[in-house]
Design a protein around this ligand. Structure first.
Ligand code: M6R
Length: 597
């Protein structure tokens, strides 16, 4: 949460920095600010509440001398106001920050400092200023010894025009040298070009000048930004969310192809993940939000295909639940961003217990990737809309591949069986593509449900996992209260909320659950509720149910149907929020990367 961006180079800095900051806006969008050296060598600061667009308007006509740092905020400490927006200044130091300083109150008392803002950030400017004796690097190193918490900082010293200093602990930070100067960003995918970039090691101070960067008290890891991992624009689509849903056939294909050999076997060796990692009896899947729902879906695969027991955990509950990590277990962490604080905390706890770990991550060069060691990649490219879509289907695909590999290693699938499973997975691309054609029918559903106060999502077994994702997607962007219910659980309480006019969305893709799901549907209909049923093309018996709105998906019964269900639930949430005229890509109170625990 929060993003920092900066540039130090020849020519003006404000334009490229504000452009970069716009690409970083998915990390927070309640206020924004920029500080730069003007032509007289003085630091000027501009701040505003609201979107980066407001800051761009504010900065029009300003002249700078080629050095600027900027920030887009998701408030944690202190409300949404101009005074709490970054950059913050104390004495000779002006800085922007992504992270949380845990001991900011103690530091305020120690320095006897009266802050202007309510943030945890401002005290760092005062602390660095108090340590500053004409040597910025020494001042930052000394200040770091007194800081507790996480930070990526970009710092200007008023007597050092044409220079930016950076340092990080836990929070992400990347640096890139271009022909005209150096960029810094919380997310390398927002750099203006592809190619080499650097991630400084924790606590390493970087000095950035137009000609390059120097590292002090540590080093930096060199990485490569590929074209597919650079943030593109909306490419003519009204919203990133729609663009990302439409990309799903391609992102599923890229993700799956990375790990399937020419003879149809699963092979993770391109990512250095060896088979010995899967020599376990139990799997834990740990993640948050949509990624956690991918884990819920995959639990069904692992049990059915690989005969292995699986527990899915909400990452924020994992540590508090005091889970004991068994030596014969593998814990899989799933994350689009690779920087979700709760998932990282759970990873650290499992590693501390000596447990085997594997991460499934979308973004490149993340903290989680470095800390986990064993990583499989979803090849989706940047996902910008706050609502996760293409990452979800790709996560499910990688988890499925993992289940296939385990089944083969345990002798439950022979070569022909493995080939048949991977072939079924390859078909997910065309399932997603065909499902996109249901959009007009889904728009009609959205027309009906957009006025609802509550919507219930029902399913059994793997379809319940999908229902959980359906409810999350709808509520996060439409602000309609949505709740997922295991269909069989309905009669144990929630059915009391069903009355005429209350809509439910139901998923049915497994023959084994058909009669019981249809019974639940009947129970809802009998109480005047309306039901929209997403089911497979070959599911029998649904037309016999009166007053049921049926949407047949272009897929047959079985596990492959989840790709169709995912696309349907995403389109339903999208079209509903669109009908309501809401800011779909940037829903209120949310940010894409949740870096606070
Ligand atoms: O980056 P991660 O996959 O770790 O993020 C996990 C959740 O924060 C994320 O899936 C969130 O629930 C999405 N906004 C859901 O659309």
């Amino acid at each position: 949460m929060c993003g920092i961006y900066g540039y130090c180079g020849r020519g003006e800095a404000l334009a490229p920095v504000l452009e970069g900051l716009s690409r970083l806006e998915y990390r927070g969008y309640d206020s924004a600010g920029v500080a730069f050296f003007d032509a007289q060598g003085e630091i000027k600061t501009l701040k505003t509440t609201g979107r980066v667009q407001n800051l761009i308007a504010m900065a029009a006509g300003q002249e700078d001398a080629g050095t600027a740092i900027a920030h887009t905020r998701w408030a944690t400490h202190g409300g949404i106001s101009v005074k709490n927006a970054h950059p913050h200044t104390a004495g000779r130091v002006t800085l922007v920050h992504n992270g949380i300083i845990e001991n900011f109150r103690e530091l305020r008392a120690e320095l006897n400092y009266t802050p202007v803002s309510d943030t945890d950030t401002e005290i760092m400017a005062a602390l660095i200023d108090s340590e500053y004796r004409n040597d910025p690097v020494q001042a930052i190193l000394a200040a770091q010894k007194r800081l507790k918490g996480s930070y990526a900082l970009a710092i200007l010293f008023s007597d050092r025009p044409g220079c930016i200093f950076t340092v990080r602990r836990e929070s992400p930070l990347a640096l890139m040298q271009t022909e005209t100067g150096c960029f810094l960003s919380s997310d390398p995918s927002t750099f203006p070009q592809c190619g080499e970039y650097y991630v400084p090691d924790e606590h390493t101070v970087a000095e950035i000048i137009p000609e390059g960067m120097r590292f002090f008290a540590g080093a930096a890891q060199k990485l490569e930004l590929a074209a597919t991992n650079r943030t593109q624009g909306r490419e003519g689509h009204e919203h990133y969310m729609l663009k990302e849903i439409l990309e799903e056939p391609e992102t599923i294909r890229r993700t799956v192809n990375r790990y399937i050999t020419a003879d149809g076997r699963v092979d993770f060796s391109c990512d250095g993940v060896e088979d010995s990692l899967f020599d376990v009896k139990r799997i834990n899947v740990v993640a948050c939000g949509t990624a956690m729902h991918a884990g819920l879906v995959a639990a069904h695969y692992f049990r059915k295909i690989a005969g292995v027991e699986v527990t899915s955990f909400i990452a924020s509950e994992f540590c508090d639940a005091g889970v004991r990590v068994e030596p014969d277990s593998l814990t899989i962490f799933v994350s689009q961003s690779g920087e979700t604080a709760d998932t990282l905390a759970a990873l650290r706890s499992v590693k501390a217990q000596g447990g085997k770990v594997l991460a499934i991550i979308n973004r490149q060069g993340t903290v989680m990737e470095r800390e986990c060691g064993h990583v499989l990649h979803t090849s989706c490219g940047p996902e910008i809309a706050v609502a996760s879509t293409k990452a979800f289907t790709a996560q499910i695909a990688v988890l499925y591949l993992t289940a296939i590999r385990m089944a083969a290693l345990r002798g439950l699938l022979d070569a022909a069986g493995e080939k048949a499973e991977t072939a079924a997975l390859c078909a997910a691309e065309s399932i997603a593509r065909e499902t996109l054609k249901l959009r007009p029918a889904i728009i009609r559903m959205a027309d009906e449900i957009h006025t609802a106060k509550d919507v219930f999502f029902l399913g059994r077994a793997v379809d319940y996992a999908i229902a959980c994702e359906g409810a999350l997607k709808l509520k996060e962007i439409s602000y309609i209260h949505a709740e997922s219910i295991a269909a069989g659980e309905l009669k144990h309480g929630t059915i009391s909320l069903i009355e005429p006019g209350v809509p439910s969305v139901c998923f049915l893709t497994q023959e084994t659950t058909r009669s019981r799901v249809l019974l639940s549907v009947q129970e809802v209909l009998s109480r005047g509720g309306s039901v929209y049923l997403f089911t497979t093309g070959d599911m029998q018996g649904v037309e016999d149910v009166e007053n049921l709105t049926v949407c047949r998906m272009p897929v047959e019964k079985g596990f492959s149907a989840v790709y169709a269900e995912a696309v349907c639930l995403q389109l339903l949430a999208y079209e509903t929020a669109k009908r309501m005229g809401l800011p779909i890509d940037t829903p209120r109170n949310l940010a894409k990367s949740v870096t606070v625990a």
